[in-house]
Design a protein around this ligand. Structure first.
Ligand code: NIG
Ligand code: FE
Length: 410
């Protein structure tokens, strides 16, 4: 049995029992912090916490790792509910093209973007993809990520989509953190199906989905609903088919345009709607009457110079938001959620308290793990973050560009 005791914690963040499933609207401002605290973890489960003044000591010190967290904060690990961390190659040449004036959409229309990544992925073996993704996940863990959702979507053929999902399944087995798998076969139309959307959608529905169910390769289904990608009707058909195979929708919508994708995904039971750089009042209204988590991706906006999602508008409308990295080689080549934290505060005007709620409790909800993750509560996962010695929680997003995480317990 592994036992960890963290004592003299400067502030135990997001602690408590009877946590809400998410913090919503004005309540996102609320962030419980217990000063001068301790936390006990056994076999990766939180078994006790409280004030040092009430700490009764331990009787059996055998096999206990004691950590002195004097001057440091302890938080529930960040949950990254939206990533494309399995990929074959970086795309810095497109980055340079954007510096020279092309837009993300223009590069994609020339055969770059997702299709570029799909060509590279076809050339790599499952083992290579696995090893490289494992290194990436370990890197993001060092920056505070303690649960991660990973999408396919750079395969775009039966064989390559299954290869990606098998890599994700192996990551699930190999990693000491929670991993959720999302099938994103509908990320882009492969070149050979450019004029034959029906053909590719049939492939997704008739070839990919049955195999995914058979091998139990995914938890969620995603579609990139966007101009030049998948239309509203195409998304609907694919999500309905995915649901028949047990996959819950979790979708890319409103990145570049408002197409009604939010309301449609919600109608089909989406757990989250992600991106939302563009949003209409009708979209907000649809989310209001749902249990769907709007998820914003500020590092994507930053990296490809598109508008930031209007977090304030959503929160002021009484909605929750989650934040995620969108780690991928095209629009967000980092999975560091401390970067997301800073950008959310600086560019979206979230307070540090709101941002932490969006990265923990609400993010856990957005990936369907809120029963076990997102807060320091008895029985929940012992994946917690210990910060460096810092003056306050606001120092994390303030001193951007630095790693403030000393250790992720996992
Ligand atoms: O979430 N927008 C769709 N998918 C990714 C980008 C994929 C890529 O460019 O490789 C995103 O930003
Ligand atoms: Fe994405």
């Amino acid at each position: 049995m592994s036992k960890i005791l963290i004592k003299n914690i400067k502030g135990l963040v997001q602690y408590g029992e009877d946590m809400p499933i998410a913090r919503v609207g004005r309540d996102m401002q609320y962030l419980p912090i217990l000063e001068n605290a301790y936390l006990a973890i056994e076999d990766n489960v939180i078994v006790a916490y409280g004030s040092m003044n009430e700490w009764e000591g331990i009787t059996d010190w055998r096999n206990v790792e004691v950590i002195d967290a004097d001057g440091k904060y302890v938080l529930p690990a960040f949950c990254d509910s939206h990533t494309h961390i399995v990929f074959a190659k970086s795309r810095e040449e497109e980055f340079v093209d954007r510096i020279k004036g092309l837009t993300y959409e223009e590069i994609a229309l020339k055969g770059g973007g997702i299709l570029n990544s799909a060509r590279r992925l076809a050339e790599k073996s499952e083992d290579e993809l696995f090893e490289e993704a494992l290194i990436r996940v370990r890197k993001v863990m060092a920056t505070g990520t303690g649960a991660i959702e990973i999408k396919s979507g750079y395969g775009l053929s039966v064989e390559a989509e299954l290869k990606m999902l098998r890599v994700i399944k192996r990551l699930k087995e190999a990693l000491p953190i929670a991993v959720k798998a999302t099938f994103l076969g509908a990320h882009a139309f492969p070149t050979e199906f450019k004029e034959n959307h029906r053909g590719y959608i049939d492939l997704i529905i008739n070839e990919m989905l049955p195999k995914i169910e058979e091998e139990n390769l995914a938890d969620y289904i995603d579609v990139f609903c966007e101009r030049n990608y998948f239309s509203l009707e195409e998304m609907e058909e694919i999500l309905i088919a995915g649901k028949k195979h047990g996959l819950i929708p979790k979708v890319h919508v409103n990145q570049f345009s408002v197409m009604g994708g939010i309301a449609k995904a919600i109608e089909l039971g989406a757990l989250s709607v992600d991106h939302l750089e563009e949003i209409s009042d009708e979209d907000i209204d649809a989310i209001k009457h749902s249990e769907c988590m709007p998820t914003l991706l500020p590092s994507c906006s930053h990296f490809i110079s598109i508008p930031f999602g209007n977090a304030r508008k959503l929160i002021e409308a009484g909605l929750p938001i989650a934040l995620a990295s969108d780690f991928n080689p095209g629009t967000t080549p980092t999975g560091n959620l401390q970067v997301v934290f800073s950008l959310a505060c600086i560019k979206m005007k979230l307070t540090p308290e709101e941002a932490i709620n969006a990265l923990t409790l609400n993010a856990a909800y957005a990936m369907g793990i809120n029963k076990t993750h997102g807060s320091i509560s008895l029985g929940k996962s012992g994946n917690v973050i210990i910060t460096n010695e810092i003056s306050s929680i606001a120092y994390i997003p303030y001193a951007f560009g630095e790693n403030h995480i000393e250790r992720l317990i996992s």
